[in-house]
Design a binder for this molecule. Structure first.
Ligand SMILES: O=C(O)C(=O)C[C@]1(C(=O)O)C=C[C@@H](O)C=C1
Length: 293
């Protein structure tokens, strides 16, 4: 059965690698979209079956654009998560004389990628301007097109195979512990194999004027011994100081514990929105295959 996947493009992004890794079966089609909102809207409008987007990085934290779009703009369940190691590389346009770092005037990349390479940039390219673009592959594409400019891009290794660029420096991320979580969203369920690890993600809005509401919410999980792996607050966009809490619970939706916790929060006056219950897949660094954890 043919399935279509929107990914943050153009060709050669980390998101494309994540999408192709998790959906390796023949017949799947992967379509590049220019921005994260474009990917999510394509899946929401049924132009593609699924969207694959980044949503958290181990060095830089949440990809706020993904969170905000899921919260405010669309209503698509999260169907799975892939955790993938990320390496960044410095590339320039192919040129006769290799570009010396001292000649570089501008570094282009995605804001998350730049943030994951601050130490390298501080040490080796303190003189260069930083320009944020929509993805790491877009940075490589632009640098290759403007080959007369002394510009470099921070991009993934796949981009080196897609665009006419040369590697200048490899693995420039601040630490080896650089992992990004990608999620798959879509209306139709996907037949994933059983996994040892599942998560459930919810969005909680606290009642106003309720001192200690967050404490009460957390205790609804604590006394049921439900493990939380992330609590992220995002503005509701209704006024300064109003927040949603995105909460990842380390287990699959069940019939007893989670419905009980949600009912308890609702009884406190909280609004609870279910964002998905899904298997987690992990690609180990240097691991040829993804494993289930
Ligand atoms: O630009 C890319 O290659 C992406 O896939 C985006 C993205 C991100 O938004 O976090 C994905 C993984 C890395 O953390 C850096 C950039």
């Amino acid at each position: 059965m043919e399935r279509t996947f929107a990914f943050l493009g153009p060709r050669g992004t980390n998101t494309e690698e994540a999408a192709r890794l998790i959906f390796q079966e023949k017949g799947n089609r992967f379509l590049p979209y220019r921005t994260i909102p474009d990917c999510l809207e394509a899946a929401a409008a049924g132009k593609v079956d699924y969207a694959v987007v980044p949503w958290e990085n181990s060095l830089e934290g949440s990809v706020n654009l993904t969170l905000d779009w899921i919260i405010h703009k669309i209503d698509l369940p999260i169907l799975s998560e892939l955790i993938m190691p990320i390496s960044h590389h410095l590339v320039s346009a192919k040129r006769e004389e290799p570009l010396a770092l001292s000649q570089v005037t501008k570094v282009l990349s995605h804001p998350q990628a730049v943030a994951q390479c601050h130490s390298y940039l501080h040490e080796h390219l303190p003189h260069a301007e930083i320009e944020y673009v929509s993805s790491t592959a877009e940075a490589a594409r632009l640098v290759s097109e403007r080959f007369e400019e002394p510009w470099v891009a921070i991009s993934a290794m796949q981009a080196v195979h897609v665009y006419p660029v040369t590697l200048i420096a490899e693995n420039i991320e601040d630490t080896e512990n650089n992992f990004t979580r990608f999620i798959v969203l879509g209306k139709k369920p996907l037949p994933f194999p059983e996994s040892e690890k599942y998560k459930t993600t919810i969005l909680v809005t606290l009642p106003s004027d309720f001192p200690g509401a967050l404490h009460q919410v957390l205790s609804a999980f604590a006394w049921r011994r439900l493990n939380l792996s992330r609590i992220e607050s995002r503005p509701t966009k209704t006024g300064l100081g109003n927040y949603y809490f995105v909460i990842d619970i380390e287990q699959k939706m069940d019939d007893v514990l989670l419905p009980g916790a949600f009912a308890e929060m609702e009884a406190l006056g909280c609004q609870v929105r279910f964002l998905g219950t899904y298997p987690v897949f992990v690609k180990e660094r240097n691991g040829a295959r993804i494993s289930l954890r």
